[in-house]
Write a protein that binds this ligand. Structure first.
Ligand code: GLA
Length: 381
């Protein structure tokens, strides 16, 4: 892919680019916890967005998306939101400028192998890759964490999804063979080895694109805030659901609508599950970890209501296949992938069984990705 990208870039722009690779992510456990200031446990994967980039000594950024055969241009002066995927690049350029950094015109070529809409954060990878490229080319001196926040702000202001920091963080900070326990309140993080030679992290695509899920996502966020506002009256120190104990929540259940209670209850217990999950990983106890994944799925489906029929089917069916230690829906929800931990020897059978079962019901063969945990965004050539 990189060699081809360089060639297409040369043919199109008659110069040599810098090539950045920005990975998608998996999240082992800790879903919908990032914007509640809790913990997450993501890792970067071996699927990437590639951004080939070179300055062009003008004020214009010319972009070509190789995968879609689409191009567009914009001036770096007076950037405003438009519609479509170009907002990711517009937003990153804009928010870099808002940090007082100067950027000039560029030629940019984008390609990648992260399936779009499959919940592996192709959009966060695009922001990370492009931001990283700008930082390199114009020597802006931004840190990886700065770039993660620039990507997140882009989602908030140019795209309209009030996402947390997990996806951008993971794409930029990934480390081969490790997941990252990120505390989304303090932003401290710890690399935890995820090296189980006998197991693979396997994603199964529900083939339901989650691209329309933005408004539901924002509603979940509001519901969490509603719960916090009620609890804050009793416990002024509570800033987010991160600070809430199960006891506090149960004590004030009657003051909340059943929906708000369910949303808050999922998040409060998910925080506990993540902490237990990290302990299990440190003790090499994948069986325990897998049980926690099943419980997370149950919570996301029944209490947080971000699953769908296809995801529920995949997560439940996976439990019955030999060699599977854990399975759940992954990411924001309403489509995208399930994440499964599967014994290496059982992967072929798992793939065949789940594809046949899904096809039998939904008349579609779901894509299956056997992933490897890799380094974060970096210069590839
Ligand atoms: C999406 C968001 C993340 C996170 C997950 C759910 O991927 O971009 O910030 O909230 O959903 O865990």
């Amino acid at each position: 892919m990189i060699k081809n990208l360089q060639q297409v870039f040369r043919d199109r722009f008659q110069k040599e680019p810098l090539v950045i690779g920005a990975p998608g992510r998996v999240n082992l456990i800790g879903e919908h916890t990032d914007y509640n200031n809790g913990f997450v446990l993501p890792g970067a994967v071996d699927k990437r967005i590639y951004v080939a980039i070179a300055p062009n000594n003008t004020d214009t950024v010319n972009v070509y998306a190789n995968q879609f055969g689409e191009s567009f241009s914009f001036s770096v002066n007076g950037i405003e939101p438009r519609t479509g995927w170009m907002n990711y690049l517009l937003g990153v350029s804009y928010h870099i400028q808002q940090k007082g950094k100067q950027i000039g015109g560029l030629d940019v070529l984008i390609d990648g192998d992260i399936p779009v809409g499959a919940g592996m954060s192709s959009s966060a990878a695009l922001c990370s890759g492009y931001g990283f490229g700008l930082n390199e080319v114009f020597k802006l001196g931004l840190s990886r964490m700065d770039l993660a926040f620039i990507g997140q702000k882009t989602e908030h202001t140019f795209v309209g999804v009030k996402c947390g920091i997990m996806d951008q963080f993971a794409s930029l900070h990934g480390r081969e063979g490790h997941v990252m326990k990120l505390d989304c309140r303090s932003l401290e993080y710890e690399y935890i080895p995820f090296e189980f030679p006998d197991y693979k992290v396997v994603l199964v695509n529900s083939m339901v694109s989650h691209s329309l899920a933005g408004s539901e996502y924002n509603i979940r966020r509001q519901q969490c805030e509603e719960g916090v506002a009620i609890l804050k009256k009793h416990y002024p120190d509570i800033a987010t659901l991160r600070d809430v104990t199960p006891e506090q929540l149960l004590k004030h259940q009657e003051e909340m609508s059943p929906v708000v209670f369910d949303r808050c209850s999922y998040v409060v217990y998910e925080k506990e599950r993540l902490l237990a999950g990290c302990e299990a990983l440190k003790n090499n106890d994948l069986a325990k970890f897998g049980q926690l994944m099943y419980a997370t799925h149950e919570g996301l489906s029944k209490k947080y209501a971000v699953s769908c029929t296809e995801l529920d089917f995949l997560a439940e069916r996976a439990q019955t296949i030999p060699g599977v230690v854990g399975a759940r829906m992954m990411g924001g929800g309403f489509g995208g992938c399930t994440i499964n931990i599967v014994n290496t020897d059982a992967v072929d059978n798992f793939k065949q069984t789940i594809q046949e079962a899904f096809n039998g019901l939904f008349k579609k063969i779901p894509d299956v990705y056997v992933t490897a945990i890799q380094d974060g965004t970096r210069v590839m050539a």
